[in-house]
Structures are given as C-alpha cells and as structure tokens.
Design a protein around this ligand. Structure first.
Ligand code: ADP
Ligand code: UDP
Length: 238
C-alpha cells in the first residue's frame, strides 16, 4: 500500500508528496498551465488527468524500448508513483526541427529540419529564468561531472530516437522536447519528471497542427481537446 504523506514540493505543474517509502514519491499533476516562467497562469480543468495518463503511457512505451525511467505506476486519475531521485538542475532540450527559442535566437523559420539532433542545456533556476548554458558552465557550477554529462547526452539521444519512432507511429512529428534526469544513490542516471505535450513540441505530420502547449502559449485554441487527441492516438496504438 502507498500512503500519501507530507507535501515535499509544489511546482508549477505538479506537487510531490512523500510516501511511507523514502525511495518513492507520489506525483500529483495539477489542473494548471503556466507560461513565461509562471508569469501567466491559468486553471485548466482536465489537464492534470490528461498529462498523468500521457506521461505514464510514454514512460511505459519507453520501458518496452529498453529505456528506464523513474516511473513505477499510475495510482489514480491525477497521481503516479515514481522513484525518488536527485534531479540534476538541468533542463535537457533535444531538437529535431527548428522552433521556439532556437528559431528566434538563431534566425530560423520554424519547422526547418535540422541535419542532426541539437542538444541544449538550461540551468534549472527560476530566479535566473532558466538560462541557456554550456558544458563548461555545468562544470563550473558543479551541476554534473564530465562522466555524468556524457551519460545524460547519451540517454537524451536514445530517448529522442525512441520518441521519434513512437510519435511517428501515430502521425506526429517530434519537433523538440525537454527532459530532466536524476541520480539514484548508487549513481545510476535515470529519466525523470514528465514527457507530455507540456514538454514536447508535437506537430501533426499531415497538417502541421500544433498538438502541444504552444496552443496555450500562443493562444491558438483550447488546450484540453488537443491533449485529448494526443492521448487518444497513443491509446489507439496499444
Ligand atoms: P517546476 O518545478 O518547474 O515548477 P513541476 O511543477 O513539474 O515543475 O515540478 C515537479 C518537480 O519535481 C520538478 O522540480 C522536478 O525536477 C521534480 N522531480 C521530477 N521527478 C522527480 C523525481 N523522480 N525525484 C525527485 N524530484 C523529481
Ligand atoms: N520546454 C519545457 N519547459 C521549459 C522550457 C521549454 O518543457 O521550461 C520545452 C518546450 O515545450 C519545447 C522545448 O522545451 O518542447 C524547447 O523549448 P524552447 O527553448 O524553444 O522554449 P520556448 O519557445 O518554449 O520558450
């Protein structure tokens, strides 16, 4: 039995609760969407259940493809049990097509295929607005050592290949995504946090319709039906 104990952390999209087992956490997804590092915030009924289901399904699929993660099991509509890890304070972004900040910063149109997957690191620090950093910055700030960075890059690339395949099967082009990784006490590095339309750019292969959080960020329409569509496509594949 899993006993939900005290609140450990309240984030922008999720709450983390301790359980009776110090090795696990209960993650509660929230009916909340934010943009601009929390400056814009809206209550969106149904988002929590959708993201909880989507990320659970994706972590299960990745596991079938040999990629391990913190995910243990879905506990309720809005909650899942995960392995508690020491999260690297890094947002690891992988890009297959130009979009978002990459397109803006480097003067690309959006949707241009990139010759190889481009990997970026951001320092997870809300006070600094999650700045773009490089491997020297990671070293200077002691966010991860060289071997860990190499392992993070290796896993990010493998996760990218697996996700490209998984989404291609359901008519979706994986433009880019953000992941977080963490460490077990024995040093093993594992995929953590979430993989949802909040953290990926997903474009319909035929129409280029945005099936991700850009509908909210850019006021393109309703978020819930779009996330529902992603969930339905993932479920039909089962
Ligand atoms: P934010 O912190 O950006 O507001 P969330 O609302 O998604 O984001 O909060 C979830 C928090 O949980 C993040 O800080 C993330 O690093 C952390 N986290 C995710 N998975 C784990 C895990 N397995 N162990 C410990 N912390 C985790
Ligand atoms: N991303 C995320 N959390 C963040 C910032 C970005 O999940 O705090 C994801 C975003 O959904 C996209 C990818 O990372 O899939 C790249 O985002 P980008 O750097 O283009 O940032 P944005 O245009 O959202 O500012």
């Amino acid at each position: 039995m899993v006993v939900k104990q005290e609140l450990l952390y309240q984030g922008k999209a999720k709450k983390l609760f301790k359980t009776e087992d110090p090795a696990t956490l209960l993650v509660e997804y929230l009916d909340q969407a934010t943009a601009l590092n929390g400056a814009r915030k809206d209550e969106i009924a149904g988002k929590a259940a959708l993201n909880n289901q989507i990320t659970a399904l994706i972590f299960e699929r990745l596991n079938e493809k040999g990629i391990n993660s913190h995910f243990i099991k879905k506990m309720s509509k809005n909650e899942q049990l995960v392995e508690r890890l020491k999260i690297f304070p890094l947002e690891v972004v992988v890009r297959n097509y130009s979009a978002g900040s990459f397109a803006k910063r480097l003067g690309f149109d959006e949707g241009v295929p990139l010759a190889f997957p481009v990997l970026e690191f951001y320092f997870k620090d809300d006070h600094l607005d999650d700045p773009f950093i490089n491997e020297d910055h990671i070293k200077i700030l002691k966010l991860a050592d060289e071997k860990e960075v190499a392992e993070i890059k290796k896993q990010a690339n493998a996760i990218n290949q697996a996700l490209i395949e998984l989404f291609k099967e359901i008519g979706i082009r994986l433009i880019d995504f953000k992941i977080e990784l963490g460490k077990r006490a024995d040093g093993t590095i594992l995929l953590a946090d979430e993989i949802t339309p909040d953290t990926c750019r997903l474009w319909d292969e035929q129409t280029n319709e945005h099936l991700d959080k850009d509908v909210y960020r850019r006021n393109l329409g309703e978020l819930v039906p779009v996330y529902q569509e992603v969930l339905e496509r993932l479920t039909k594949k089962n």
